[in-house]
Every structure is written in C-alpha cells, then in structure tokens.
Design a protein around this ligand. Structure first.
Ligand code: GUN
Length: 283
C-alpha cells in the first residue's frame, strides 16, 4: 500500500464535534436547529439511512422529527406535509428520503421544499445557486468529498479532476464544486468512449457510478487522489465501493475506503447544512 487513507470516520468525528459546539452556542441563545426527515414506504435501506440521520441530530444536540408514512400516502398528502414543515419555525432543514413510491412525483415534492430549508441541496434553486457560485445548500455527498480534499490540504487550482458519474445528486454537483476551486474538470459516464484514457490524465478521481470495479489500478496515474462514492456489495455480500481498492491503493497517493470513507461524510454534511440553515434563519 502506497496510498494514504482519508479516514471519513475520523474526519466526521472532528466535524461533528465542531457542529455540536456551534449547536450549543445557538441553544444557549434559545435556538435549537431542527431537521425533519420524511420517509414514505418501507424501503429497508431507507429506514436505516433515516435512523442514522435522526441519531446524528441527537448526537450533535439538534432537534429532529422523523415522519414515517405508509407507501399508500398520496402525493397531495405529502405535499401538504412539506408545506406544513416549510412553515414550522422549529424546523430548519427538510429531508424527504428518496426513492419515493412510484405514484409520487419526486421532482414535484423536492420543488415544494422551501429552498431556505433544502438541506439536501436537491432543489433546482440550490443546484442553480451552486452553478453560479451563490450561497445555497450544497448536496451532502459531493460537499463531503470537498471536505475530504480540504482535510489533506489539497490545492485544486489547475489540477485535472475526473468525475465518473453524472447524477444530479453526486456527479454534476461534484463537477461544479471542483470547478469552483479552479480544477479542470472532466465528467465521464456510461457513454464515455475511453474511460481509462481520461482517468489516466487525472490528478483527482471521484468515482460515483454505483458499480463495482469501475476504477482499477491500471486506470490511475501514480500519486492521484481517489475518492470512492460507491456503495455496493461484492459476491460475498460485503460492502464495497466503485473502486478496486486492493489494486488502486498501491498506485494512488490518497484513497478513501469503503466503508469508512465518503459514507459517514454524507450525514455529517447534512448536520452542517442544517446548522447553517438555523444560523442563517437568525442572521
Ligand atoms: N436516498 C439516498 N441518499 C439520499 C440522500 O442523500 N437524501 C435523500 N433525501 N434521499 C436519499
């Protein structure tokens, strides 16, 4: 192993301690940051995610509300709940867990969330603000990746970053954040003709596809920084990322593990966004 690990658990602990301190300051002034998490249906993975989000609120001293509804909930009922939370002064962040049941238009629901409370950063107003470099909420997973680069003191100016994946939640916002830090950014995806030719040029690679072994050692320039956003299972059922960690760790300069890399950072940045929303509400 030549690469240094970027430990998402350790960095999360550090950032959550800082969040707890700022939450304590707000609470001393009589204001408790609050997050509402809304889950519709009984997707088992979503149930684990929302429980972890509520626990993180509790651990950092924030107020949280978990609203769980049956899959039979109508779109109109969900929109009415979002509207109520938009108008609830104890709530600073609203998160509607995705995926939603097929009969509900997820885009319509996300657009119903007040941009001032869009701590997921999924609203088009949040995406637009990121695009033009205005204040807003950044999606938590790519934001966590930026914090990981910051934690190793990495200067992106003039560096070549390759993002593999073009989702609205990770790939596209990731590219915008890297660009904002003056990197030269290439976005690759399933139709990219020669992925290896692109990644071999990269100083920083972010793999966010959701497929095992998308990035192997022969595709990485020695010393590159590799961030693995993937969450997959291998044949033995073990959690693994998009990167062939065992191979790439001998070529890269820095690498994030799965588990214990980008994963914990996502919830940490949700706490940061919720805290910042509460601070903005008071400003
Ligand atoms: N489903 C999987 N990840 C996320 C996330 O970060 N936010 C929401 N709202 N739903 C998700």
């Amino acid at each position: 192993m030549t690469a240094q690990l970027i430990d998402g658990n350790a960095l999360s602990r550090q950032l959550r301690t800082e969040v707890s301190e700022r939450v304590a300051t707000l609470r001393a002034q009589g204001h408790t940051p609050g997050l509402a998490v809304v889950l519709v249906g009984d997707n088992p993975a979503s149930q684990v995610y929302v429980r972890n989000k509520v626990k993180a609120c509790h651990d950092t001293g924030m107020h949280s509300v978990l609203e769980q509804y049956p899959a039979s909930m109508t779109e109109a009922e969900l929109l009415a709940r979002v509207d109520a939370l938009n108008n609830d002064p104890t709530i600073h962040g609203i998160l509607v867990q995705l995926p939603l049941p097929a009969h509900i238009d997820a885009h319509k629901v996300i657009e119903a969330i007040s941009p001032a409370k869009d701590v997921d950063g999924f609203h088009v107003a949040s995406a637009g603000a990121l695009m033009v470099g205005q204040p807003g909420f950044w999606p938590c997973t790519p934001y966590g990746c930026m914090k990981m680069l910051e934690s190793i003191g990495y200067d992106l100016r003039g560096k070549h970053a390759v993002v593999i994946g073009r989702s609205n939640i990770v790939g596209k916002p990731m590219a915008m954040m890297l660009l904002q830090q003056d990197a030269t950014v290439t976005v690759c995806h399933s139709r990219t003709a020669d992925l290896k030719a692109q990644t071999l040029q990269a100083d920083v690679i972010v793999a966010a596809v959701g497929k095992r072994n998308v990035l192997t050692a022969d595709m990485v320039k020695p010393g590159a920084v590799v961030l693995d956003v993937g969450m997959n299972r291998n044949d033995a059922g073990k959690l693994c990322g998009d990167v062939d960690f065992d191979g790439v760790k001998d070529v890269a300069g820095y690498i994030t593990p799965v588990p214990g890399g980008v994963g914990p950072m996502t919830i940490t940045m949700l706490m940061v966004n919720t805290l910042e929303s509460a601070e903005r509400a008071l400003a």
